[in-house]
Design a protein around this ligand. Sequence first.
Ligand code: MN
Length: 299
Amino acid sequence: MSDGDRTLGAREVPLGGVRGLTVHRTLPQRGMPTVGAWCFVDHFGPTDEPMTVLPHPHTGLQTVTWPLAGEIRHRDSLGSDVVLRPGELNLMTSGDGVSHSELSVGEVSGMHGLQLWVALPEGARAGEAAFQHLPDLPVATGPGWFATVLLGELAGAVSPAKTFTPIVGAEVRAEPGYARLPLREDFEHAILAIDGPVAMDGVDVAHRELRYLAPGRSEVGVHAAAGMTLLLIGGEPFDEELVMWWNFIGRSHEDIELAREDWQRAALRFGHVDGHGGAVIPAPPLPQTRLTPRRRTPA
Ligand code: MN
């Protein structure tokens, strides 16, 4: 264990309104806004509740959607309309502005998955919006594990996903017993216990918890009694201060205020998602106080 390592618990958050799905969120946390450029980790299901997320905007980030079970139809303001299945990745880059909807498809039973955000660095956050549907991702293997590489590179396997900062993201299947996962010493990492408890370098991590691993490691040992699915995320520590509110990431209160106004007045910036008869998720009211950057605090 090294200085700065910590275990982050999940909090339950309703997604997409009152009747929405409940998700388990482990990032951001007080004192831990990012891991690399990863700034949002939501774990949903397994659940029989449908996902009904009507059109809503994003700015300053990429959304990463990775279903483990169930199918999700994604439509966005770029004209994309795809059904996402387990084993496939959706990566949407907001640039300055984009909007999308996500609805579960067909008979919903045992839907399960991850929704993650990656913060865009200053040089890319006002850029063009883009969308990638990636049905064929590379697989990496090592002692006691194999992995699908979602973003970046792991053990020589490189994802075709478009990235803007040094980063890694992978779904890792740890075999029963002991697995040794390679890490980059210049990266910080975090590992989510998706389907049950594991021990990481001797520290017990409960189901749905996220274990943060500070930079300076070349590997981590994972003990799992049964085969376990893990999410590995990491990257170069992201040193820009982020102001995050609702579906927006900016650098100041004013950035967020403008994004909110632009969404509420249906500005061209966020485009239009076809197929919903004009229905959208309205932005909540801004808080009375000024929004401020979230900062890292020592463990
Ligand atoms: Mn979204």
